[in-house]
Design a protein around this ligand. Structure first.
Ligand code: G4P
Length: 526
């Protein structure tokens, strides 16, 4: 328990949302409260508005220069808050899924007009796989959106999680008056673009207070009282335990762009969000309070400047203390390495760090030693589990356009897929290379980067597959299946067997024809 003081200060989380719900805006307001930035507009949206490669590359270039926005750390009320950034574009969702393996909780932003959207559901599925605690922020209450009770029902239904409002809006849209905080019984009135200091908060003993009658018209006062009575009747009182187990999501209402409801959210976050937790590894669970250092790589960021091929690998510290210039064991390569320039990130700058603790993320310069999922230890042979690859949704064959550059292409595609840009599958007993992606933009990026960084020209031929299923089961049965379905069998980068299904119908047919084989939609990296 040598480092308990440090560990007990750290809360690491990500903000997740369907694009346009307000993630960037909320991030910025958090950073303003944390004093990490001084002016609005300092956080650049990583959203790709035009769907073109050059637009993406421009953004990546900017991000490459200021990798700082990948992790934003700030102090708030004696807590060191580490906010991990996630890509704003759905084509890069896999990057987000992996970032979710490195955080201890998430804040989910919902647009009150649109409710639960497609990407919201998928992100929440990933959170549920790991029982990640979730706080929900219903944003854009200054617009006429869905009725709050309907939204709560929709959240429960579509996200399969119990919800519990901790704040409650009084009207919405142009009539939006403010929110009543059910957690600490106080009222904050809405005014656009406010700074939200403590002074705006009016503590109320309960809603029979004369303040309510004096400040609201009769209709609003009655509505608030009956809503709150209904909430207290229908929902159990808020308890921290089910929230920490990922079973119950507290809900806040506000308007990020108006900086409204954000402070309530942040105050509650630092109060209830989890500290770094034990993490499962191949041999045992690793407790953050152990003296010895462990950590894993969850993201690799390429430097897109061809003159500087180095990359930055993002290391999540899981236990002990990480120190600059100390030798650590790279388990997969069975190699000891030390890092002379590890970075931490403040909102806009990166700083060399001497030591870091569980919950922190440091950036390590990498010349090709790391791939996603790699573990560093002080010598113990173990690797962290629970860092999955998910089935891609689009599959294309990689075709070399320049036979003179075969080697460069091979190297380039290995390195890019190590970074997690896409997944590489190789034909079983063959050489065909199949790239699996979540979105089309990823293929464009690969093509662009192979040419720019490795001098290798390629093209992609679309393949008619819809899902990759990792297959496990009885050896003989698998061999028979491979003989029968050879055309559809590939291996992932770790040599695991994968069946590529043309359609749901094919998949279901194979499933029922092969009851001794298990078909998985995700696979552990390693
Ligand atoms: P994202 O990162 O989740 O994709 O969303 P982002 O914060 O970029 O917000 C998406 C749009 O929603 C932005 O408008 C932003 O100003 C707006 N927005 C965020 N919070 C609120 C809110 O509480 N109320 C209202 N009415 N709008 C909100 P935009 O026009 O796309 O961009 P911009 O030009 O205004 O920056």
């Amino acid at each position: 328990m040598k480092y308990a003081n440090e560990i007990n200060k750290r809360k690491s989380f990500a903000i997740i949302a369907h694009p346009d719900a307000g993630k960037t805006t909320l991030t910025e307001k958090f950073l303003l409260f944390g004093g990490a930035i001084q002016t609005a507009g300092a956080v650049k949206s990583n959203k790709i508005k035009k769907h073109t490669t050059s637009d993406f590359m421009e953004i990546e270039r900017q991000r490459g220069i200021s990798v700082a926005t990948s992790v934003m750390s700030f102090d708030y009320r004696d807590t060191i808050v580490n906010l991990l950034d996630t890509p704003g574009h759905k084509d890069f969702a896999e990057d987000t899924y992996r970032t979710l393996t490195a955080v201890d909780s998430v804040v989910l932003v919902i647009d009150c007009v649109k409710g639960v959207e497609e990407q919201t559901e998928r992100l929440m599925e990933v959170c549920r796989m790991r029982d990640t605690p979730v706080i929900i922020f219903v944003n854009k209450m200054d617009r006429d959106g869905k009725m709050p009770f309907d939204l709560l029902d929709e959240l429960e239904e579509k996200l399969s999680i119990r919800v519990r409002p901790l704040s409650w809006p009084i009207n919405m849209g142009k009539d939006f008056r403010g929110v009543y905080n059910l957690y600490n019984k106080s009222y904050v009135s809405f005014s656009p673009n406010k700074k939200a200091t403590d002074d705006d908060i009016v503590p109320l003993k309960d809603l029979s207070s004369s303040f309510v009658d004096e400040n609201f018209n009769e209709k609003d006062a009655d509505q608030l009282r009956s809503d709150v009575e209904l909430i207290e009747g229908v929902y159990d009182p808020f308890e921290k335990e089910p929230y920490l187990e990922g079973k119950l999501a507290p809900v806040f209402f506000g308007s990020a762009v108006n900086n409204f409801g954000v402070k309530d959210l942040l105050d509650t976050f630092v109060e209830i969000a989890p500290l770094p937790k034990p993490r499962p590894a191949s041999t045992r669970d690793i407790d953050p309070y152990e003296d010895k250092f462990t950590g894993f790589i969850f993201k690799i960021h390429a430097n897109l400047d061809p003159r500087h091929r180095d990359r930055i690998a993002f290391l999540r510290i899981c236990s002990g203390k990480f120190e600059r210039n100390k030798f650590y064991h790279h388990v997969r390569l069975d190699k000891d390495m030390r890092f002379s320039n590890p970075y931490t990130f403040m909102a806009r700058e990166k700083n060399i760090v001497d030591d870091a603790y569980p919950g922190d993320v440091v950036g390590l310069f990498d010349t090709g030693n790391f791939k996603i999922g790699d573990t560093l230890t002080e010598g113990e042979e173990l690797f962290f589990t629970g860092i999955p690859s998910f089935s891609p949704e689009l599959f294309k064959e990689l075709v070399n356009k320049d036979p003179m550059k075969t080697k460069q292409l091979e190297k380039g595609i290995r390195q890019l897929t190590d970074e997690g840009v896409a997944q590489l599958f190789t034909q079983h007993n063959g050489n065909r290379k199949i790239i699996g992606c979540v979105g089309d933009l990823q293929f464009e990026v690969i093509q662009y980067r192979l040419l720019q960084e490795y001098g290798a020209a390629c093209q992609f031929n679309t393949l008619p597959f819809y899902k990759a299923c990792w297959i496990t089961g009885d050896k003989q049965k698998i061999e028979d299946f491979i003989r029968f379905k050879g055309q559809n069998i590939v291996e992932d980068k770790d040599g695991h067997l994968v069946y590529l299904a043309q359609s749901e119908w094919y998949l279901n047919t194979e499933r029922s024809n092969n009851p001794d084989i298990e078909f998985h939609f995700s696979s552990e990296i390693h």
